[in-house]
Design a protein. Structure first.
Length: 318
């Protein structure tokens, strides 16, 4: 999973340097603008497809200490020539050096179903591994050689598509939104939620938590917190907000009497948690199995509040 680092909205033609635009093209200028705030000589790696990649762009980034890898259109490298005297066999690897002196790029052409050309400033064909492919003639799987540059490219490409897929899962409804700037605002809002969820998943992985919240649960918790934080109860009667109860049914565990379904941001905000008398239910505080008629009008949870037990205070402070 990757994070959305920087976005550039199209607002018309950019006044880029004409000489630079002739060298790397408009797509290359876009890459340079997006990488303008990336520190130099910090061993950053950039992965692009053939629309953005070019040898001159990689050489310019190499001057800043930024490594680059991507597929390549041969029309952008006129001095790069791969022999095509006969049709190579599947798995054939051809590697050439592109550049001069210390600025050398590795150009690798690998034949799978068709020829794939990649250009990189930090990885080449070696070490050569293997990969399984289906063969129509043999009607079975074949093991063919695969260069390291292809493995690295496949391992790191696709983060943009994956990020857009996560946004599309629970996109903010844009029905009947005619103003274009509102669409941009809601896209950035969804992107911020996905970015936060990715960081949450990485933090859980580092902490050893095996099951972090799913994107659905994470988004629902954010909505629940935004609806409840700082909210004043409109009446002493229970509200009709049941979204967290519905979420609990989708989780692996059941929402038992001690299930804490209220997010900490709401439970511990110290704002308008008022007790009220209602029907008699089991206390929702952890390790308490007593029944009580007192419930919190904001959290909508029954909590003990009497002379012997004060679960209401513990629930909202611990």
């Amino acid at each position: 999973m990757g994070l959305l680092h920087r976005v550039e909205l199209y607002t018309g033609r950019h006044n880029d340097d004409p000489n630079l635009e002739r060298e790397v093209g408009k797509s290359g200028c876009l890459v340079l603008r997006l990488l303008s705030n990336v520190p130099s000589f910090q061993n950053f790696h950039v992965y692009v497809d053939n629309y953005f990649n070019s040898p001159k762009l990689q050489l310019l980034l190499l001057d800043r200490g930024i490594q680059m890898l991507g597929t390549l259109r041969l029309c952008r490298a006129p001095n790069l020539y791969f022999s095509e005297e006969q049709k190579p066999q599947r798995g054939t690897i051809i590697e050439m050096q592109y550049g001069k002196d210390e600025k050398l790029l590795s150009a690798v052409q690998w034949y799978d179903n068709k020829a794939v050309t990649l250009l990189s400033s930090f990885v080449g064909a070696d070490p050569v591994g293997t990969i399984c492919r289906y063969d129509k003639k043999a009607k079975g799987m074949l093991t063919i050689p695969c260069p390291e540059i292809v493995n690295v490219y496949n391992r790191h490409m696709g983060y943009v598509d994956e990020f857009n897929r996560y946004i599309a899962l629970y996109r903010t409804s844009q029905h009947c939104i005619g103003r274009h700037y509102l669409r941009l605002f809601f896209y950035l809002l969804d992107a911020a939620v996905v970015n936060s969820w990715v960081q949450h998943s990485l933090a859980c992985k580092e902490s050893g938590i095996q099951k972090p919240m799913s994107l659905f649960e994470f988004t629902a918790d954010i909505c629940h917190c935004l609806l409840r934080v700082g909210q004043k109860p409109t009446s002493v009667t229970k509200s009709r907000f049941y979204s967290m109860e519905q979420i609990a049914k989708k989780r692996s565990y059941s929402a038992g009497p001690n299930a804490a379904l209220v997010p900490k941001d709401v439970r511990l905000d110290g704002f308008h948690h008022l007790p009220e008398i209602g029907d008699r239910q089991r206390c929702k505080n952890l390790y308490c199995d007593q029944k009580t008629s007192v419930f919190c009008t904001k959290c909508e949870k029954h909590l003990c509040l009497n002379a012997s037990r004060n679960c209401f205070l513990l629930y909202h402070t611990c």
